[in-house]
Structure formats: C-alpha cells, structure tokens
Design a binder for this molecule. Sequence first.
Ligand code: ACO
Length: 444
Amino acid sequence: PKDVGILALEIYFPAQYVDQTDLEKYNNVGTGKYTVGLGQTRMGFCSVQEDINSLCLTVVQRLMERTKLPWDAVGRLEVGTETIIDKSKAVKTVLMELFQDSGNTDIEGIDTTNACYGGTASLFNAANWLESSSWDGRYAMVVCGDIAVYPKGNARPTGGAGAVAMLVGPNAPLVLERGLRGTHMENVYDFYKPDGASEYPMVDGKLSIQCYLRALDRCYAVYRQKTQNQYKQAGIDRPFTLDDLQFMIFHTPFCKLVQKSLARLMFNDFLSASSDTQNSLYKGLEAFRGLKLEDTYNNKDVEKAFEKASLDMFNKKTKPSLYFSTHNGNTYTSSLYGCLASLLSQRSAQDLAGSRIGAFSYGSGLAASFFSFRVSQDASPGSPLEKLVSSTSDLPKRLDSRKRMSAQEFTEVMNQREQFFHKGKERPGGGKEEAAFLRFHASG
Ligand code: ACO
C-alpha cells in the first residue's frame, strides 16, 4: 500500500484539572516554579472511578463514531500503555468488548509496554503490518494512553492523564516516512515501576532528563544520517538540518524540557556544521565550537545560549504542538500524539500541507526514536488532511470546559486513588474490568 500513516485521530482527557498556580501555593514552592520553571499551566487528573481501561474504551468508541467505519473494518488493534491494571491480561482484550456485536474477533495486535514509548512502538507495529505480507487489506488502530501520577514531591506537578486513538492505513494525510527512523535503546533505571502495589513510579528526575537528552542526540544523529543517505540516492549532497523540518514535536514530560530539546537539536546542527557555516549561520555562538555532546548535559551556558538562538524557531516549529501538554500535563505513551493533535488544532490545513513533521519519542528505561511524517499536499475542503485538521479544532474549547478543582481536592483524589488501587488488587478476576466497562457505558 502507498502512503501508510495516520488517517484520523481522537483525543480523550479527564473532565477535571488542577491549576498549576494553585499547586504552587499549596506546595509552598516559589511563584512561577511550575508555570515558568516547568512551563505547565494546568494538569488533568482522573477521578477515582477512572482507570486505563475506561480511558481507552472511551477514546476507541469516539474514534469509531467519528470515522463512521463499520467495526469489522479494523484488522489490527495495538495498545501502548504503561498503566498496568493486570499483570497478564492486556487492555487490548478489554477493548474487544466494543467489537463484540459486530462479530469481528479477527483482530491482531496486543499491548506494548516500556514507559512512554509504547505508543510509538504500537504505531510502528501497525505501519509494519500494513507494509507486510500479513496485511489483509483492513485498517489498523493504535491506542495509547496513561494515567501519569507521582507521589507528593517535586515530580507531582509533572503528572497528567489522557488517551489518543489513531486510525492507520494507506493514502494517509500524515504519511510515516519510510526508512527514516533513528532509534536508541539502552539499559538504565531513570524511571521504573518495581512496586506492583503502587500506582507511582520510582523516578530519578535529573537522571531521566539527562537520559532523554542523550537519547535525543543519538536518535537525531541516526535519523540525520539516514535522511542524508536518501538525499544522496536522489543526487542531493547536503547535510540535513532543522531547516528540513517545518515542525518538530517531542514527547513532553513538561513543556520547558521540550524548549530545551529543540535548542539541543540546534546545538547538534551547530557542532556538525562546517566552520564556514558556523561563522555565517550561528553568529555569537563561536565559544561553543569543539565541544562534545556527551560533555554538555549539565552545561547551563550551552543550554541558555542555544535556547536564545532557537527561540524564533521554537515559536514557529514547536510551540503550537504544546497546547495540550501545557494545559493537561504528561500523558506518557500518548504525550507525543497529544502534541500532534495540538499542532493540527493550532494550524490550518494550508499551513501544514506539504510540510515535514519531525517527531521524537522517549520512554524511560530506555527506548527512543526520531522519525517523521510527510503531510499531504492537498488541503482542499473535504480532503483527508482538511478533515483531520478540522476534527481537532475544538481541542482548546474542550480543554476549557473542564472543571477546575482546588489543589486540596486534587490531593484528596490522589489519596483516594492510593486506597482504591490496593482494593482493586484484593478483587482479582473480571470485577475491575467489568466495572470500568459499566462506568464507560453509564457515562455514554
Ligand atoms: N520561578 C521560575 N522558575 C523556577 C522557580 C521559580 N520560582 N523555581 C525553580 N524554577 C526553575 C528551576 O530553575 C528549573 O529550571 P532550569 O532547569 O531551567 O534551571 C526548573 O524550575 C525546575 O526546578 P528544579 O528545582 O531544577 O527541579 P525539581 O526538583 O522541581 O524537579 C523534575 C523537576 C526533575 C522535572 C521533577 O518534576 C521530576 O522528577 N519529574 C518527573 C520526571 C520527568 O518528567 N522526567 C523527564 C523525562 S522521563 C518522563 O517522561 C517521565
């Protein structure tokens, strides 16, 4: 099949949020620490009644309603999540409940887990299936979602919750570029969940940020090399730089890290540029010549200088993709795809047509990839691109219609979830899954 990629997309987030300025006061940290220091304005959170099954059931139901496809049009369903509800049973099997009436049980795919990377692994699996001999002509669906919660302390304001479902197939308006994936994987313990009795991860925040940036450097180098090889085959001999990407989206633990990450990519471009190019295109940055990437993870001078130098680029290429993350927080596996939805909601089909969107996915532990989408040229009314873009246009309005809860109420819900999580474990079997399904149906 030609032009395999994303045809339609649906995003779900909880109905309540806590304002980060309220959290700053409640936690007695300096004014601006979460809103300016981390770049977060609001954080969505789940009520005690919601779990990962209910989030994913809702987002799949809504995507199917939006696309008006029959339930037997889906031949593969992949779920990426790190919100473990059962040590054996996959969320995918729970979602099969939705397909039951159609009689469609012939659906490949199952859950994929590694921190925030599962959504991207699922998307790659879906695209690989479509391009393989196993493909049976039907659509694939990718579902990713998480409830990101942290114990009281510095990490708590970087939580969030949400889910994204994507329809993947041929002739897509957002095409996954073939042969252009740069991956970096290694064994580290920056963020992990060894305690099955707790919803919270163990996290070494500073280490996780360093791992994220290192993975970004490595993935970008591989992606750039592969792109240049493709250019060469097409008779073009020039280096790949950020100029070749009209938009750049990132896995977003918190928005400030993403701004630093775009700056980091510019630093990568700078270091690999010829000295002539360094002189002409990177004025005022001469002092940073000859540095090695691996020596600069804690170098504040590099960070600040390139943040400043890349500010215009950040506002153009990346800021529109952060609308959802700043208003809802980290959603782990779906974070990157929430950024994609935001970008579509903040730009017109005409602005996006023909562009290339770079994407960086990171999951602690760690697994990371840099890849890209090519946006179709046709932005005319009724075109697949125009439909996809207009389907996301109500995102700001939907985020605004959530209920604001106080920091005290948020904390009480977190405390209740801690108790509920233990109770769930005392009731093994179908009870919890069934409850999620009933709640989903009760709420429509
Ligand atoms: N006004 C403005 N900025 C402030 C203020 C203030 N009053 N106070 C502090 N800041 C700034 C700091 O200068 C710092 O910015 P800088 O890094 O640009 O210098 C920023 O706010 C954060 O403050 P710190 O004290 O450095 O960090 P903190 O101890 O609050 O922890 C962290 C932040 C590490 C992100 C924590 O929230 C965490 O562990 N989160 C979870 C892990 C995470 O998200 N990792 C990312 C990749 S892995 C993943 O996706 C889960």
